[in-house]
Design a binder for this molecule. Structure first.
Ligand code: ZN
Length: 188
């Protein structure tokens, strides 16, 4: 069979090491329908937020079905690592792919100031999936973060935010993870 090889280059942000992965696809295959990108998360270092994290994962799996996030098996390297942190929440800016990894620091300071925990983690996952901050002050915008009042409990992305994540994961997962070095700090 006639085949072509697509080389993916992924840089590991932590080690600075470059990894080359060869993916062979049949050249005569029908045009690829949007493949669902499978991602794993590990919240073993933020167990006090496990219920909020599970709720936020459900939000994203429902609202942006081009990406599907599941809990990593014990000992498995996760694409999204969530760790509890005493400061303000912050996160690596994605979009992370199945061969990459990003981190979320679930900052207690925002919890102490009264922000909704599920909204916090859904917002930080938005960063993992490639959304920047957008401080509109609107509760309906997930990426407005702490510019919305603490009374805001909306953990769902707006239609525009959903569309962006859907686009980020719309194509056969052939993008590079080389850009996963930017950390978004959600401090005021
Ligand atoms: Zn943010």
């Amino acid at each position: 069979m006639h085949r072509r090889t697509l080389a993916l280059v992924a840089a590991n942000a932590c080690l600075g090491a470059a990894v080359v992965v060869g993916v062979t696809t049949p050249a005569d295959a029908a045009p690829q329908a949007a493949a669902v990108t499978q991602l794993t998360y590990d919240d073993s270092q933020a167990p006090q937020y496990a219920a909020n994290t599970a709720a936020a994962v459900e939000v994203w799996n429902t609202d942006a079905p081009n990406v599907h996030i599941v809990k990593a098996a014990r000992g498995q390297r996760a694409n999204i690592r969530i760790v509890a942190d005493p400061g303000w929440p912050h996160a690596t800016l994605g979009p992370v792919r199945s061969n990459g990894s990003v981190q979320i620091w679930f900052g207690k300071q925002a919890v102490d100031e009264g922000f909704d925990k599920t909204r916090i983690i859904a917002h930080e996952m938005g960063h993992s999936l490639g959304l920047p901050d957008n401080r509109t002050g609107k509760c309906s915008d997930l990426m407005s973060g702490h510019s919305a009042p603490t009374s805001c409990t909306n953990a769902h992305p707006s239609p525009a935010e959903r569309a962006t994540v859907q686009r980020n994961y719309a194509r056969f997962a052939a993008s590079s993870d080389a850009q996963l070095t930017v950390v978004i700090n959600d401090a005021a």
